[in-house]
Write a protein that binds this ligand. Structure first.
Ligand SMILES: NC(=O)c1ccc[n+]([C@@H]2O[C@H](COP(=O)([O-])OP(=O)(O)OC[C@H]3O[C@@H](n4cnc5c(N)ncnc54)[C@H](OP(=O)(O)O)[C@@H]3O)[C@@H](O)[C@H]2O)c1
Length: 335
């Protein structure tokens, strides 16, 4: 697989989001043994940039990733996150905690669950408005000085927050939602979608954080690059199981979902021209946003993993990109 560079280290151009192996989508299909095998298959394919976080199953996902990489830890670049605490595993309710005490404690817990001496990339999952960013980021920088963490990243921030953190300790990565139907991170005018309530960026849009990363030596990591599965064309009805996060998501409500299928039609047309799948086109569009972009599509299935890995070899033309850039705006906010 083609590679991209994270902090001087080559990684597969397409990474792997591990969240869905523990919660969020079609949870009845959860299978830990299969997930451990899947992560190993990913490493075999060169999909080495692995993404997890403490809240995904309240520690379950980090434990899974740790189990999977045992014996081949050096082949993986492992990213995990701090700053969000699960309040209710069933409803997935979370609260923010950016206190230095929480940062330090949660890093120790993550190291233990991952079974590793050092976390390659440690993100602040969400900025806590009750704690100065300098305090949270300062505590994270101390973890680097202590050798427990290699690099630091931010998630769902605006360019101004990134700059504030960068002045204290280098920002190696920003991870935010970016896909054909969520372009806020590109500084889409007015934001195609609103930031979710309580976000520091709410109301003004994050600015072009993809460009900020390019200008400041950071990678940009699009999360949910497949639009939580929607852009693959496999989600055509709002018939989710109770535990599925999409059942309560505005874009996946029946009327909105039906309207949003117009976006998928465009993706399918481009895919047909290349003999590719819609998933590959959706991922390749994120890769085309810059050589410093490393998407992390999520799956718990081998056939999807292989499909998604194939996106690294798909070069979209200028005509494809312009067609994809003109897809209709989505119906429904992203949260
Ligand atoms: N920083 C943050 O706040 C944040 C938020 C959300 C996610 N993330 C990270 O980003 C990663 C990816 O995002 P995501 O998992 O939310 O969404 P995603 O990658 O856009 O979509 C995942 C969904 O697409 C399905 N899928 C995957 N590949 C497919 C293919 N080739 N064809 C058809 N369907 C396919 C998966 O099904 P199966 O599950 O059945 O395989 C799953 O339902 C997560 O795993 C997580 O690590 C971070």
């Amino acid at each position: 697989m083609r590679t991209r560079t994270f902090a001087g280290t080559p990684v597969g151009a397409v990474g792997l989001g591990c969240m869905g192996m523990s919660w969020a989508y079609s949870e009845s299909e959860r299978d830990d043994t299969a997930s451990v095998e899947l992560i190993n298959e990913a490493l075999d394919l060169g999909v080495t940039f692995l993404d997890t976080a403490q809240p995904y199953g309240d520690g379950h996902n980090e434990t899974l990733v740790g189990r999977a990489v045992r014996g081949r830890r050096d082949e993986a670049v492992i990213a995990t996150k701090t700053g969000l605490v699960v309040e209710d595993l069933h409803t997935k309710a979370m609260r923010r905690d950016g206190s230095p005490e929480h940062v330090k404690r949660s890093a120790e817990d993550s190291l233990r669950r991952l079974g590793t001496e050092v976390i390659d990339l440690y993100y602040l999952h969400r900025v806590d408005p009750a704690v100065p960013l300098a305090d949270t980021w300062g505590a994270m920088a101390e973890l680097v000085a202590e050798g427990k963490v290699r690099r630091l990243g931010l998630s769902e921030v605006g360019a101004a927050q990134a700059g504030e953190a960068h002045a204290i300790h280098p920002v190696a990565a920003i991870q935010s939602e970016l896909s054909l139907w969520t372009r806020d991170a590109l500084g889409a005018p007015g934001g195609l979608t609103g930031a979710f309530p309580g976000d520091a960026t709410a109301g003004e849009g994050p600015g072009d954080v993809v460009a900020w990363c390019a200008g400041n030596g950071a990678v940009f990591v699009p999360f949910s690059p497949l639009g939580r599965g929607f852009l693959t064309g496999t989600v055509t009805a709002a018939d989710f199981e109770d535990s599925d996060f999409r059942g309560g998501n505005p874009r996946f409500q029946e009327e909105a979902l039906k309207a949003n299928l117009r976006i998928v039609d465009v993706v399918k047309a481009v895919a047909a021209r290349h003999g590719a799948t819609p998933a590959q086109v959706a991922i390749a569009w994120t890769l085309a946003q810059g050589p410093h972009v490393i998407p992390i599509p999520g799956t718990k299935k081998s056939r999807y993993l292989r499909d998604n890995a194939g996106a690294a070899e798909l070069d979209l033309t200028a005509a494809d990109l312009s067609e994809l850039d003109s897809v209709p705006a989505p119906v429904g906010s992203r949260y």
